[in-house]
Design a protein around this ligand. Structure first.
Ligand code: FES
Length: 114
C-alpha cells in the first residue's frame, strides 16, 4: 500500500551526485537540500562570524537563516532549495565583510547587554 507521505519514498528514489566541501555525496534527487544534507550526516552548515559557533537548519521554512550554504558560488538557504545533480555546496566564509568598521562590528558582549 502506497503511503501518502513523500518523505518515506526518499530512500528508494533516484539519487544524484553533488559535492559538499569538495566531498562527493549521493543525495535523493529533488529532495529538500537541508533535509538531504542532514540525512547524509552533515551536522554543521555554517559557523557564526562572531564566535564561530556551529549552525544547522532549525526552522526548515525559510525564517531562521541557520541553514545558509553556498551553492554554486551563491549563498542560499538550503531549506528553500531542492537537490539537483552537480550542485557544488560549500560552507559560507564566517569572516565578517571587509566593509564592517570596528565600531559597527557586533560582539557577544554587546549582544548580551541588549
Ligand atoms: S532552516 Fe531556517 S531558514 Fe532554513
Amino acid at each position: 500500500m502506497k503511503n501518502a507521505s513523500p518523505f518515506l519514498e526518499l530512500e528508494d528514489g533516484p539519487t544524484v551526485r553533488v559535492s559538499f566541501e569538495q566531498t562527493p555525496l549521493e543525495l535523493p534527487d529533488g529532495a529538500n537540500l537541508a533535509a538531504a544534507l542532514l540525512g547524509a550526516g552533515i551536522g554543521r552548515f555554517r559557523s557564526t562570524s562572531i564566535s564561530g559557533a556551529p549552525r544547522a537548519p532549525f526552522c526548515m521554512m525559510g525564517a531562521c537563516f541557520e541553514c545558509l550554504v553556498v551553492v554554486d558560488g551563491v549563498t542560499r538557504q538550503a531549506c528553500m532549495m531542492s537537490v539537483r545533480a552537480g550542485m557544488e555546496i560549500e560552507r559560507p566564509d564566517p569572516t565578517p565583510p571587509d566593509s564592517w568598521s570596528d565600531s559597527e562590528e557586533p560582539s557577544e558582549v554587546d549582544d548580551a547587554k541588549a
